[in-house]
Write a protein that binds this ligand. Structure first.
Ligand SMILES: [Zn+2]
Length: 234
């Protein structure tokens, strides 16, 4: 009898735990509230999208572990999910990421993402020794500015160079993922914070001080909603 009761109690507790964990609206899953208000807005880049569906493609060099591709794809998905959840609009914000076999295949994609096995393979090495995004504006045929007339490439590597110019750093997974989410933030139109550390869009990451993944927060989402509204990238 006693056993039966405690079993019932256990079932009730388990049920409550499940109900509690799965009740919608309890907590945001894909973004966090801004907690550091030292800076209150994110500067924007010069470009902004005017497109319903943005396709990013990921090319990785031979020898780069597949996990880095998966983390890169997840970082793109993270922005989509955060924007959809924040705006309550599950239909729009369609930014996707897929794998391509060769760097030539990247050319037809809206966002071209390269994962090299080391920073010295970056096309802009030695000026660039850590993850970065390059943006160039294409010339409009009639000198007229066209929509989406920019070329965006993200360069990532698990192996980067410390600011001291000589220490090579094999990024822990959270740091690689932080830099991928940061670079996708640039691609969406977010610039850098002032020289303040700790924000997702801070110019420098402290791989040793923060050993976790930085969340996308209402600070970055507010900035994107100000630029695009709530109906996606158009
Ligand atoms: Zn940056």
């Amino acid at each position: 009898m006693c056993k039966k009761l405690s079993l019932l109690a256990l079932i009730a507790v388990v049920f409550l735990l499940i109900a509690f964990n799965f009740s919608p609206g309890l907590a945001a899953k894909y973004y966090s509230e801004q907690t550091d208000f030292t800076e209150t807005f994110v500067p924007m880049t010069r470009h902004s999208w005017d497109k319903d569906d943005i396709e990013s493609c990921v090319y990785k060099e031979d020898g780069v572990d597949n996990a880095y591709y998966v983390w890169t794809k997840l970082s793109v998905q993270k922005w989509r999910q955060a924007l959809q959840e924040y705006t309550g609009n599950q239909e729009d914000w369609n930014i996707t990421a897929r794998f391509v076999e060769s760097d030539a295949e990247l050319e037809s994609c809206d966002i071209k993402i390269y994962i090299y096995d080391k920073y010295s393979d970056f096309p802009d090495y030695p000026a660039q020794t850590g993850a970065y995004t390059s943006m160039t504006f294409k010339d409009g045929a009639g000198g007229q500015e066209e929509n989406n007339n920019f070329d965006l490439r993200i360069y990532l590597s698990p192996l980067v160079l410390h600011g001291d110019g000589k220490t090579e750093i094999n990024l822990p997974s959270y740091a690689f993922r932080n830099s991928a989410v940061h670079e996708v933030g640039h691609v969406l139109g977010l610039g850098h914070m002032q020289l303040q550390k700790g924000y997702l869009m801070s110019p420098h990451f402290d791989f040793w001080e923060t050993n976790e993944q930085l969340p996308i927060t209402t600070l970055e989402l507010d900035a994107l909603v100000k630029a695009y509204g709530t109906d996606g990238f158009r």
